[in-house]
Design a protein around this ligand. Structure first.
Ligand code: G6P
Length: 483
């Protein structure tokens, strides 16, 4: 029997490790997606379709085309797709990580790249093939009239491919990252195909209204008819475009923060920090997070306020990600050099101003966020940024939040956070100084505003709203067709 709910994403809810299918162990990823959609998938007889990302995943997929993983959210049926290695590599690393991610975050170094040459076109064909493979797997798994939720830029072409084979389905696509303006989007030679791929859906979701508005402007620039919340697809359907800002599940997060491993992390971090003021950031180690400018601002603070030396520590928890990508490797190298430079210039035998850790240690991240005196979130651009929401919810010191205006989270948190232009290191240094000087009353007031806004639309509600809107959007479609 087909599934009434199908979810498709590149990264699935678990990744396997182990040398053989018999010994393979699933490890749950840190992502919020499983928290949001896991319960609905488990209750409703759903299927999650994801890519094999490790060798162990591929071995498991080869022997078990459909498997069941047991998670706190329930038992989830999972289908892992394993395209040929070079096809997947083109899809994920070349197009996903080196073209679409930098496009959506305006990260291209336009004077030198990207090279949209024959190699790009060959990689794009593979990108299309993987998207078609996903569409076929969704078509295969879905019951008549089922709901299909397709996630993120990796799978932008899947909605239209799926609609061609299964017009009965209700299809939604959600973009978890920002969307650039038409001027920047026009850099991509395959932009029309990408957008028309997404227009196969009934409902397109974005994190915040800014990204949805940019998407609509890109559609208009390509000649599609748009209004403030919909686009006319080439086949005459009205595709709804909405935003769904994700919030924090406070109960679940506080439970995670109460775990013994987090308490142990807090003891370690406290003993290493002593009485110093603790400035914390937690990010994936990647260029859009703007970690280097954050360090420059910290350096400027130490230069402006020499009395802080020996009395402040900056914890930079930047866990490695996508290390196959040369731009990421270079960024990681620059980060290590910048940390070494600041420590050599300002530190001494008793004081290390910046502590950098690049391994993925979730309990340590929660520990650091809970005992921070100041939390820094300064991405160049970010779809939402959940650290900005999660940090303040578990922080115990009313730590001021320093937040980039270009993070989607700014829409919800601006009233309580100290807002900065992420390109302006002097402004970030000013904000760090202001956070240090802030009265206890102002800290408490701002922290309360941030916490209250951060827990609006927790994951289950976020997904529930999308399901209701998808039913409505697909219903409208049906009535249009019958008229
Ligand atoms: C962002 C993207 C996700 C992606 C995640 C981790 O949040 O929007 O689609 O899964 O980063 O990146 P990775 O490449 O490791 O899956």
């Amino acid at each position: 029997m087909g599934a009434s709910l199908v979810v498709a994403s590149n990264r699935g809810p678990v990744q396997f490790t182990g040398d053989s299918d018999e010994t393979a162990v699933p490890r749950r990823g840190g992502g919020g997606l499983v928290t949001a959609i896991g319960p609905a998938l488990a209750d409703g007889g759903g299927v999650w379709i994801a890519a094999s990302m490790s060798d162990a995943d591929r071995r498991v997929a080869a022997s078990r085309p459909m498997l069941t993983v047991v998670l706190p959210e329930g038992r989830i049926r999972l289908r892992l797709l394993s395209p040929a290695q070079e096809v997947y590599d083109a899809f994920y690393n070349e197009i996903g990580n080196r073209v679409l991610w930098p496009l959506n975050h305006c990260l291209f170094d336009l004077a030198r790249g990207p090279a949209f040459d024959g190699a790009f076109r060959a990689a794009w064909k593979h990108f299309r093939t993987v998207n078609e493979g996903y569409a076929a797997a969704c078509a295969d798994a879905a019951a008549t009239n089922a709901e299909v939720f397709v996630h993120d830029y990796h799978l932008a072409l899947a909605p239209s491919a799926l609609r061609r084979s299964r017009p009965d389905l209700k299809i939604a696509h959600y973009t978890h990252c920002p969307w650039p303006d038409p001027h920047y989007f026009a850099v991509l030679p395959t932009g029309r195909e990408l957008i028309e791929g997404m227009l196969g859906a009934d409902l397109l979701g974005f994190e915040v209204p800014r990204w949805a508005a940019n998407f609509l402007r890109c559609c208009a620039a390509l000649g599609h008819q748009v209004d403030s919340a919909a686009v006319l697809a080439p086949d005459g359907r009205r595709v709804q475009v909405r935003s769904y800002p994700l919030g924090v599940d406070a109960t679940q997060l506080r439970r995670a923060a109460a775990a013994p491993a987090v308490a142990a992390g807090r003891r370690r971090l406290s003993s290493m920090s002593g009485d110093a003021v603790v400035v914390v950031r937690v990010d994936r180690l990647e260029p859009s997070k703007n970690i280097l400018r954050g360090l420059r601002a910290f350096q400027e603070l130490l230069t402006r306020r020499p009395e802080l030396r020996g009395r402040i520590v900056h914890w930079v928890l930047a866990y490695e990600s996508r290390q196959q990508v040369p731009e990421y490797q270079r960024y990681a190298g620059d980060l290590h050099s910048a940390v070494a430079e600041i420590n050599a210039r300002f530190g001494d035998s008793r004081w290390t101003p910046v502590r950098l850790a690049t391994d993925d240690d979730y309990p340590r991240s929660l520990a650091a966020l809970s005992l921070a005196d100041m939390i820094v979130v300064n991405p160049l651009w970010d779809g939402q940024n959940m650290v900005a929401k999660e940090g303040p919810v578990i922080n115990e010191k009313d730590a001021p939040l320093l937040l980039s205006r270009n993070a989607g989270a700014a829409d919800d948190l601006a009233a309580g956070a100290l807002m900065v232009n992420p390109f302006d290191t002097a402004e970030l240094a000013d904000a760090m100084a202001a956070a240090l000087d802030m009265t206890a009353e102002e800290r408490a007031e701002r922290a309360a505003l941030v916490r209250e806004a951060a827990v609006r639309a927790p994951p289950r509600e976020w997904f529930g709203q999308q399901r209701r809107d998808l039913a409505e959007a697909a219903g409208l479609q049906a009535s249009t067709v019958h008229r």
